[in-house]
Design a binder for this molecule. Structure first.
Ligand code: FAD
Length: 240
């Protein structure tokens, strides 16, 4: 069974079929989820009156539904709640690929493009759950430690959900792709890996005396990789 015919794969249509360097593309949910779940930042693209916009924002995934949120005053959120087609993308830059010609310079990356129709989360229970999820998905168990969400905060927040209708993952994870004759040239070439690392937490200077950092935040170790921490967080979120 190929990725395209697997029941665990997204349908492949004119919208999501990877044409350029198609061998780097895949459509199975596991590949797409692995890229989404290693990120908290995405770009949501949509068109208002013929003008394209691509807004960077935080997002999270629950099954096949992507969520993002913001102020009820946000133009993006006001527009998307009308049920507009949207495209959410995530890209991880994993390496700088330096070749022996400018043309063959490249990048190692993992990226995903997800297509669907954005909807406003109107059901009060789904909305409150989503407001907790945006915390718990990233910081396991944290919403239970916080003061409750107020009615005013819920009113000021818009949550958008988008079921993934179609998606594609595209990955480059290899060395230098020079032309055969260029390998003989006396020019340095190679891959410089790129990672987003976690630093030391800077404790709030107004912390109540005796308050300790919760053990659950150990998924963010100093020197650890952000995407590893986020994948761990998603596993805990899905299991909880
Ligand atoms: C960090 C990074 C750096 C890149 N640098 C370059 C660059 O310098 N030049 C360049 O040409 N390209 C670059 N790419 C690849 C780029 O994202 C596109 O895949 C490529 O430009 C082909 O675009 P297209 O519209 O012709 O793709 P098409 O193959 O025509 O796109 C058709 C469909 O394939 C899927 N698809 C296409 N690209 C992606 C993707 N990246 N991730 C997931 N699904 C995808 C989508 O469903 C899309 O609708 C880079 C990607 C990343 C993540």
């Amino acid at each position: 069974m190929t990725a395209e015919t697997s029941t665990h794969a997204y349908p492949v249509t004119a919208r999501n079929r990877v044409k350029r360097l198609h061998e780097r593309g895949s459509y199975d949910r596991d590949s797409v989820y692995a890229i989404l779940d290693a990120a908290m930042l995405c770009h949501v693209a949509y068109v208002i009156d013929g003008q394209p916009y691509a807004t960077p924002t935080l997002f999270w995934r629950k099954g096949d539904t992507l969520y993002w949120h913001g102020s009820s005053a946000s133009r993006m959120l006001r527009h998307l709640k009308a049920g507009t087609p949207a495209c959410l993308t995530v890209a991880h830059l994993d390496g700088l690929v330096l070749a022996r010609s400018g043309f063959n310079h490249s990048a190692n990356y993992r990226s995903a493009m997800c297509f669907g129709t954005a909807r406003l989360v109107e059901d009060p229970e789904e909305k409150i759950e989503a407001m907790r999820d945006v915390i718990d998905r990233f910081y396991p168990g944290r919403s239970a430690l916080l003061r409750p969400i107020t009615t005013q905060e819920a009113k000021a927040t818009t949550i958008i959900a988008m079921q993934i209708e179609e998606a594609a993952a595209k990955v480059r994870a290899k060395g230098v792709g020079d032309d055969e004759e260029d390998f003989a040239l006396p020019i340095w070439a190679g891959v410089i890996p790129v990672t987003t690392m976690l630093g030391t937490a800077e404790t709030c200077h107004r912390l109540v005396e005796g308050v300790e950092k919760p053990e659950t935040l150990s998924i963010f170790p100093v020197g650890g990789k952000l995407d590893t921490a986020l994948l761990t967080g998603q596993r805990i979120y899905e299991g909880g």
